[in-house]
Design a binder for this molecule. Sequence first.
Ligand SMILES: Cc1cc2nc3c(=O)[nH]c(=O)nc-3n(C[C@H](O)[C@H](O)[C@H](O)COP(=O)(O)OP(=O)(O)OC[C@H]3O[C@@H](n4cnc5c(N)ncnc54)[C@H](O)[C@@H]3O)c2cc1C
Length: 473
Amino acid sequence: MSAATIVWFRQDLRLPDNPAFAEALRLRKAILPLYIHAPDEEGAWPPGGAASWWLHHALKDLQAALSEVGLPLVLREGTSLAVLRELIDESGADTVFWNRRYEPSVTKRDADIKEDLRKEGLTVRSFNGSLLYEPWTVRSGAGRSYRVYTPFSKAVAGLDFGTPEPTPSIPPVVLPQTPRSLDLADLRLLPAISWDKGFYDAWTPTRHAGLLRLERFLSAGVQSYHTDRDLPAEDGTSRLSPYLHFGQIGPREAASRCLRGNPGKGRDTFYKELLWREFGYHVLYHHPETPTEPLQDAYRAFPWRTDEAQLRAWQKGWTGYPIVDAGMRQLWQTGWMHNRVRMVVASFLVKHLLLPWQAGARWFWDTLVDADLASNTLGWQWAGGCGADAAPYFRIFNPMTQGAKFDPEGNYVRRFVPELAKLPAAHIHTPWEAPADVLRPAGVDLGENYPRPLIDHKEARARALDALARLKD
Ligand SMILES: Cc1cc2nc3c(=O)[nH]c(=O)nc-3n(C[C@H](O)[C@H](O)[C@H](O)COP(=O)(O)OP(=O)(O)OC[C@H]3O[C@@H](n4cnc5c(N)ncnc54)[C@H](O)[C@@H]3O)c2cc1C
């Protein structure tokens, strides 16, 4: 049996700009592409329902791309090390390549696997296919990692992230016999009860669709991105997050295409957002406890409340604050939520309801197609006031003014909260203040077909500030 290279695909579900795959081609040995479904190895964060939906389609797309170059994608499930060993036996592989991941339980697993397989005489190499700047390559002058975004972004500004590499034009060598593979359906990634109809309307989860989205965005939308990115009713952001999370598009591909265009405020802002993603990975890598523990120690003693009914109301988009409810329903229906609204709903959970940010992070984890441990942790710790570069705790978003400023016509609310669709813009963010002769013709029956606010804004604000004062004491 001739030697072969296993390319272990993980969150790098593409062929171009895939360093592990490119290096395998250059070896000119038979290539065995492999995906192992091992949710138990993701610690407390196995992919949630929405992300699993995306993963199913991304794997199908990868299978198609591989089959175009004559390669199969072997799908297996089980313990990664055991599966790799099985395949090494079955194929005679002497080399294993993968692109690195950075989540705490995965980095540990990968380090162990690398050590074990090397001891067994295999050549094992890992590559960077998922970040512009790997977390250990960015250090302050004092040799420390960064906890604040601006100095981090300045530190990476002068660093070269290289150029995306197209797939080398070397015809892949195929194993004479393909090892057995599970069917994609055997991984059970799609929901058993079909709650995913809205996902199909909202997304085409293929690399081709992601690239089209990127090109269209960079040739038109990006010019006004710095202003439109805050308007949830507009299609003003790239919506690339799930493609980036699953590696259907690499960050080098997105960043280099962005920097290639004419400079401008929109382009600069978009590039800075790509660096927020990098910053999230930097913080997660250097502070692996942060998915569940506050980065700022003082917040461990924060007096969080427990209230299942209110948590449920928030999850279901039934808080009585239209912008919050629209966001939570957009999330449920489409698996994605606009960034401005993510900030509003997160602030509402943490500050208005005093429910722990970890509960919000967990719900997002299960419902976002782009659920990403680094970005989600960063976002939730920011909202909780306890993370890297966090929003100061006393900054409490006012859902009415956020709504009026960023959804002035109420079109975002109308789209996702249809029971309020007929309200005039003047009342759409404050239906409880609307007179009966406005509510009635609009078909709004408060407390019946749309809830009254779960808590009064002023009261909530005072309670949150009081909780903070108690923490300081
Ligand atoms: C509470 C909260 C939770 C979040 N959870 C996630 C998550 O699980 N997964 C996720 O990808 N993003 C998360 N974000 C960040 C951000 O909301 C999304 O990345 C963004 O809305 C995705 O839409 P887009 O691709 O159109 O973004 P664009 O505005 O087009 O930005 C381009 C890319 O930059 C990156 N980016 C933009 N903003 C951020 C940010 N604040 N932090 C990190 N990266 C960013 C993303 O990769 C994004 O695709 C969260 C934000 C908050 C406030």
